[in-house]
Each structure stands twice: as C-alpha cells, then as structure tokens.
Design a protein. Structure first.
Length: 476
C-alpha cells in the first residue's frame, strides 16, 4: 500500500508533467506551423521572382529564359532549385547547395506530370531521410515548342531542426524541473506530514494507563494547528482519565468503610439475641442508606459533567435568588436573607443553579453557626480583564475554614476539618463546582477562622445579556 507521502508526490508530479507536456506540445505545434507557413511564403515569393525574371529576360528561347531564372534565383539555406525542360532535369544552380533534386528521376517525373495542365503546383514529397516541400511553375516561351518547369524546394526537416532542437532542450529542462520538483516535494511533504506520523506513533504508544504522550508542534500551518488540537484532546483525555482514576480510588475508599462495618457487625451478631439482631439490622440499613446516597451523588456529579447536561433558558436572576432563599428557609430555623439581587436576565440552567445554591445552603447549615443569619445573594461585577461576571453567593457564620483546607474544599469526598466521620458523601461541593464549570465559570470560597465563610459561584455573562445589566456592584 502506497503511503500518503508517495501519493501526494505522485499526484504533484503527474499534474506538473501534464502541464509541462501540454505547454511544450502547444509551443512546438505553433512554431512548426509558423515554420511551414514561412516555407510556403518563401516558395510563393520565389515563383513571383522567377516570373518577373522570365518576363524581363526578353529571350525567345526557353532554355535561355530558364537559365536566367536559375542563375538569378539563388537557393537559400535548406533550399534547392531546378529547371526541367521537356520532362528532363536540365538546369541546376552551380556551386554548393544544401541538397540537389536533379538526380532524383522520380521527383522530376512527378513534377512533370503535375504541371502538365499548365498550373502552378505545390506539394510535399517524402524521400528517404528527407521531406521536401516544393512549388513547380510551368514556363513557356512564344515561338519555342519546348515545355519548361521551374522548381523551388525546401528541406522541411532541416528547416524544422531549430524547432526540434528547442523541443529537445525543453524536454531536458522539463525532466530536470520534474526531478527537482520531486526532491523538493518529497522534502516538503515529509515536513508537513511529520506531525501526522508523530500523531500515529504517539497514538500507538498511548495506553489506557498512560496518556502523557504529546506531539511536538513546529510551525503555524494547518497541520501544526491539527497537532495543537490533538494535543488539546490528549490533555482533556488525560484529565478525564485522571479524574476517573481518582474517582474510582475515592469511591473504593468510601465504600470500603461501610462494607467493613456491615460485615464486621454481621459476623459478630448473635442470631439468638433479638436485640442484637435488631440493632445490627438498623446499623446495616443506615450504612446501606449512606452507600445509596454516595452512589446517587456520584451519578449527579457524572450527569453534571456531561457537555449536554445543561438546559439554558433566559432566567431572571433576581427572581431566582428570591426563589432559592424561599426554598432554603425550610432547611433550618436560621434567619435567611437576600441583601442584594442582580437585576439581569441571563441564559442559564435554572434547575442546576438552584441545586448548587441549595447545596451551599445545606453546607452553611451543617457547618455554620447553630443560629444567626445566612445570606443568599447575587450581583453583577467585573472580572480581571474587565469582562462582566455574574456572582451568586451563600454566606454563613460559624467557625470558618482554615487557609490550607480552602485549597481542597471543592475536591471530591472532602468534609472539612472534622474528617470523614461527618455525615454526607463529601461530593456536595464537588457538584457545585461541576455546575459552575458547566456554565463556563468557577466556584470559590472566602473564609477566616471564626468569621464564617462565603461560597461564590462566578459565571461569565454573554455580551448581549451584559448590555442589559441595570446595576453593577462588586462581589461580596
């Protein structure tokens, strides 16, 4: 099977060869026709010249008239002249000429027969190794019964030699050009296809356990752009595989504890002791419920991370903020407040944002102060580059979050400083971050020990919606 490099080079050479052949053939044919036309013009001129000389000679003897014509109409390069009297070659130019016709009896007989009607005749005769283009003009003199013919002829092959030499030179130059084109094409195609070969080799080396291979990028052409795109795809694939591996490890760790607890209590349970059976049953059901909640949260997290999981509609953020506050008020006896709400309509997934804000509200109830106020708000601000941003936040009191814990607060299965013994799957904040990232934004936390914490969902605002902003405030 031919490689792509060979097929590309073959196509280039075929097209180039076809173009060279077509242009060379056209040039040769045009020059050949011009040469033949110039031969015919020269023959016509010589007939006119011979007629003038015959008329001007004033002789009444046919042989004398033809002698004057032959003497004065001297043949040029690749040309011969001849006078025929009564069917026999009678007069020919003296000296050195390129070729002679008087010794060719077949030619003399042919011309004599063709001019028997008294008309000027043009013709072409193929001789061994030679092609002759000729004109034969009958000559008669009043008072002389003889029949004469003046013949002028050109060696066509010799006249075309210059054109043929030019064609040979063109063919040699064309072959050299194709050779150079082949070398350059081979090198250039190799350079352009090198990233594709690297891509194939990298794909062959990539395994399910190692996707760290990347393709070097050189240049700024389409193939280089393809290489960058593939490298970006490999980055995303590596991130997905690493995230999947971490998820499996975390899930395995999280499931190990309830399974060990249930198994240990079942092994130690006294079947004859009703109270022990009832207690073990209750403990097993509780652990299974916790496992069920873990599986449910994992499913929610996977669903949120799907690219098509969002259903965007135009949402009034002020109304959404108030709805979330109303729903959250049923979670606890805290005082729930909305000190600020963004008066803006933005295309978002209202259900997913509500889910994220309620999760932050649950987190504030679980880890904040037992009483006090929990704020749910929204505002429009500016990002680092001056672009409009929508920020939704939940602020609660309580002990706050230590600085070293804030860097990992949105990781899966993080439950704060209390460790893994707290209730919940540890996926709530990871789901909040996934919802924010699905909208093209992020989630952050600001906290100081003893001063509670503020969790913020920071989202970009499309330009159309940004223009409809009524008020603009800084983030809390």
């Amino acid at each position: 099977m031919l490689s792509v490099r060979v097929r590309i080079l073959a196509a280039i050479l075929l097209v180039a060869a076809a173009g060279l052949f077509a242009s060379g053939a056209a040039a040769y044919l045009v020059q050949r026709e011009r040469t033949l036309d110039s031969i015919d013009s020269a023959l016509a001129t010589e007939v006119d010249e011979a007629r003038f000389i015959a008329t001007d000679s004033g002789s009444t003897v046919l042989a004398a008239v033809l002698a004057a014509v032959v003497q004065q109409v001297r043949p040029g390069t690749n040309e011969a002249t001849l006078a025929i009297i009564d069917g026999a070659a009678a007069l020919a130019p003296g000296g050195v000429v390129d070729f002679r016709l008087e010794d060719n009896r077949a030619f003399v007989d042919r011309v004599t027969a063709e001019t028997s009607s008294g008309q000027v005749v043009r013709g072409t005769l193929n001789l061994p190794g030679q092609t002759v283009r000729y004109v034969a003009a009958p000559v008669t003199v009043a008072g002389d019964p003889g029949r004469g013919v003046f013949v002028a002829a050109f060696d066509v092959e010799a006249e075309l030699e210059a054109v043929t030499d030019a064609l040979r030179t063109y063919v040699r130059v064309g072959l050299a050009a194709l050779f150079v084109l082949g070398i350059v094409g081979w090198l250039v195609s190799g350079r352009l296809l090198r990233p594709i070969r690297s891509l194939r080799e990298a794909a062959a080396r990539i395994t399910a356990s190692d996707v760290s291979e990347r393709i070097p990028v050189n240049g700024h052409d389409d193939v280089s752009d393809l290489t960058r795109t593939v490298n970006g795809m490999l980055d995303r694939l590596e991130g997905a595989l690493v995230g999947q591996r971490r998820l499996l490890e975390d899930v395995g760790h999280e499931l190990k504890t309830p399974i060990t607890i249930v198994r240990g209590h079942l092994e130690l349970m006294d079947p004859a002791d009703t109270a022990d059976v009832v207690g073990t049953r209750a403990l097993a059901i509780d652990e299974l419920d916790r496992m069920n909640g873990l599986v449910r949260d994992i499913s929610v997290l996977a669903e949120v991370r799907r690219p098509t999981s969002l259903t965007r509609t135009s949402v009034d953020i002020a109304a959404l903020t108030e709805q979330v506050r109303t729903k959250a008020s049923a979670l606890s006896g805290h005082r729930w407040a909305s000190p600020e709400a963004a008066e803006i309509v933005v295309p978002v997934d209202a259900g997913k944002l509500t889910q994220a804000l309620l999760q932050l509200a649950v987190n504030a109830v679980s880890h904040g102060a037992a009483d006090g106020t929990i704020e749910i708000g929204s505002a429009v601000g500016r990002g680092a580059a001056g672009e409009p941003r929508l920020r939704l936040w939940v602020r609660g009191g309580g002990p706050g979050i230590e600085a070293e814990a804030q860097a990992h607060i949105f990781d899966r299965f993080r439950r704060g400083s209390a460790g893994r013994g707290e209730a919940g799957s540890g996926l709530g904040l990871a789901i909040v971050l996934a919802i924010a990232e699905a909208h093209g934004g992020t989630a952050t936390v600001e906290s100081r020990p003893g001063h509670g914490a503020t969790f913020t969902i920071d989202l970009p605002i499309p330009p159309v919606e940004a223009g409809r902003t009524q008020t603009e405030t800084s983030s809390p």
